[in-house]
Design a protein around this ligand. Structure first.
Ligand code: HEC
Ligand code: HEC
Length: 291
């Protein structure tokens, strides 16, 4: 499955899943994930593969940034497969009610999604929960379905990744450093990092990480102080001054002192609007080859 085209491979995997569920004979060209040929148990639910695929795309685009591109938890959001709201959801209904409001005070934004989008999202989440709870009986959708060559071309072409990274330099061995799912999450949103499986589960405060957002505070006396951003509101700003090894805070009023932010990961955030599904799959396929 590794080097086939993303859509074909996804379709094949989805088809295999659908086939299992519908208890039809395997299609002649069916190449589902290993083990997919296992006969279906009668209680296996049916997930519309087209809805699941749309739901997955939506999740990567709208929620993946915080909850991880596979919904299993990311740098800023929880594992959605363990959420009671998701688990008890029926066809997007409860999920939709929650999303309409969100929890803005706890950094969960609200989303206005159409009924169709909610149903797709629910189909993907419910299938993911189902596959996880049946782990070992057959494999979770293989995410390495892209075309590594196309990924390499994107890396030094349209993606412009080579302006900051090199496959022989900083990204050497990245394919063995992370599981493919984590690797995909890393290039979609490299912020965070602490707490990933295999990294000891440590979580450093964001402002101590190399990818912390930088803040430059211009004091009224003309002096300016730079450091990693800890907190910024209309009323105060706190930065971490690495040279002094301490936190520094100022009260703010009417935008004074002025604070200018720069994000070392801005390129990745900009990419976030550009990626197509195929680009993402191809890039994952390429990066796993960097061993
Ligand atoms: C900016 C980051 C961010 C984005 C984007 C985001 N979430 Fe969240 N989400 C969070 C955080 C943080 C929480 C935890 C809130 C809390 O602690 O109560 C959360 C909580 C949730 C919960 C509740 C979990 C529970 O049972 O308590 C659900 C469901 C959820 N998000 C779904 C989604 C979906 C679906 C999307 C995309 C349409 C999405 N989120 C996008 C940050 C985000
Ligand atoms: C303008 C510079 C810039 C560009 C362009 C850029 N990145 Fe990054 N990338 C970064 C920075 C900064 C980090 C964070 C490095 C760190 O955490 O030490 C990063 C992190 C990563 C990581 C995580 C590495 C790790 O070990 O966790 C991957 C994978 C990655 N980028 C892939 C890509 C890909 C693929 C592209 C192109 C589609 C790309 N980057 C484009 C600057 C860039």
């Amino acid at each position: 499955m590794r080097h086939t085209h993303a859509t074909a491979a996804l379709a094949a995997a989805a088809l295999a899943a659908a086939t299992l569920a519908a208890q039809q004979p395997a299609p002649a060209r069916g190449q589902g994930p290993p083990g997919a040929e296992r006969p279906r148990r009668p209680e296996e639910p049916y997930f519309d593969p087209a809805a699941v695929e749309r739901g997955q795309k939506l999740l990567v685009e709208r929620c993946g940034f915080c909850h991880g591109s596979n919904a299993r938890g990311g740098s800023q959001g929880s594992d959605l497969t363990r959420s009671p709201i998701v688990q008890e959801d029926e066809n997007g209904k409860q999920l939709g009610e929650f999303l309409k409001v969100g929890r803005p005070e706890r950094n969960m934004p609200k989303f206005e999604l159409t009924e169709q989008e909610l149903q797709d999202l629910a189909a993907f989440l419910h299938q993911t929960i189902y596959l996880i709870s049946n782990r070992g009986t057959y494999k979770i959708l293989d995410i390495v379905t892209g075309d590594a060559k196309a990924g390499a071309a994107y890396f030094s072409g349209a993606g412009g990744c080579n302006t900051c990274h090199s496959p022989e330099g900083d990204l050497k061995g990245v394919g063995s450093k992370y599981e493919p799912v984590v690797l995909q999450q890393r290039f979609l949103m490299p912020r965070g990092g602490g707490g990933w499986p295999g990294q000891g589960g440590r979580r450093m405060p964001a402002y101590l990480q190399p990818t912390a957002i930088k803040a430059k505070v211009s004091l009224p006396e003309g002096e300016s102080v730079s450091g990693a951003l800890v907190r910024l509101t209309a009323f105060d700003v706190t930065i971490y001054d690495a040279a002094a090894g301490q936190l520094r805070s100022w009260l703010r009023k009417d935008g004074v002192p002025e604070v200018v932010l720069t994000d070392p990961l801005q390129a990745h955030i900009d990419l976030w609007r550009k990626w197509t599904d195929a680009d993402i799959h191809n890039m994952t396929a390429y990066l796993v080859t960097l061993r």
